[in-house]
Write a protein that binds this ligand. Structure first.
Ligand SMILES: [Mg+2]
Length: 266
């Protein structure tokens, strides 16, 4: 129960809980151990609710989950709000904003949902029904990473439209300024009336910055080529740990260390 737990594990999914071939195996055992200790595991991802439902089922998770980079929080246990808390702006509105910004900066920003199946598979590795689940998006706008040299113009434009852009390893995400992973964590704490819960946050890329900043224990999960330099740079002034191994293996080893700490406290 999120209401009376002293700790929540809040974790990104892609590149953090699993590698880019979508393998959840390394993390599974550590997830079981957390469940035995009744520590809620809150997935906090850029994925859609439709995609997360599949992962929750595979991992047997019951806790609320943050989707679309903080655009919405869902969960059967969120009974006071009919199972959902919406923080983001509607996809259609974000799509219009992306079009307006494209014409203002004179660069055609490409929504992920407009790619052909073949292009989407090349970018994400997803195929078939997984592509349908990925496109079931309502509260955020992922688009192809633009060239870095137009980023300054892009970010200046965002202020006018009350949106923010987070650049991920494989794509960028445009979000309403009222929604990001950190804001979703704050909202969930408020909902649970559990302001003092300690958040153990795990992430791998700059879109996890709000997640990590809002976590009491900040864990960066590296990829096979090491940690994301942009994320590390932005975390400079904070205390954080970098896992020793990439993706799910790093997740597992950091969570296991934490479990030992938790057990010693009991
Ligand atoms: Mg990630």
């Amino acid at each position: 129960m999120i209401e009376n737990s002293s700790f929540w594990v809040v974790t990104d999914v892609d590149g953090t809980l699993m590698d880019h071939s979508y393998d959840l195996t390394p993390a599974k055992e550590a997830i079981k151990s957390l469940q035995e200790l009744s520590v809620p595991i809150i997935l906090c991802t850029s994925k859609t609710a439709a995609e997360v439902k599949v992962i929750r089922k595979e991992l047997d998770l019951i806790d609320p989950y943050i989707v679309e980079n903080g655009g919405a929080i869902y969960g059967e246990s969120l009974t006071k709000v009919n199972g959902k808390i919406i923080l983001g702006e509607k996809y259609e509105i974000l799509n219009n904003i992306l079009c307006s910004i494209s014409s203002e900066i004179n660069y055609n920003l490409q929504p992920l949902n407009n790619l052909t199946d073949k292009q989407a598979t090349e970018l994400t590795g997803l195929k078939g029904n997984s592509l349908t689940l990925m496109r079931d998006r309502h509260w955020s706008m992922p688009f192809l990473n633009p060239p870095e040299l137009i980023e300054k113009d892009l970010n200046n434009c965002c202020q006018k439209y009350n949106v923010e852009i987070f650049r991920g390893n494989r794509m960028s995400h445009m979000l309403s300024i009222n929604s990001n992973k950190g804001k979703a964590i704050k909202e969930l704490k408020k909902y649970a009336k559990n302001p003092n819960v300690k958040i153990i946050g795990l992430g791998d890329s700059p879109n996890d910055l709000p997640l990590l900043i809002n976590s009491d224990i900040k864990i960066v999960i590296p990829g096979t080529k090491g940690p994301n330099i942009k994320l590390i740079d932005k975390l400079k002034s904070y205390d954080f740990t970098i896992a020793n191994e990439p993706n799910g293996y790093g997740w597992k080893s950091e969570i296991n260390k934490l479990i030992i700490r938790l057990l010693n406290k009991k």
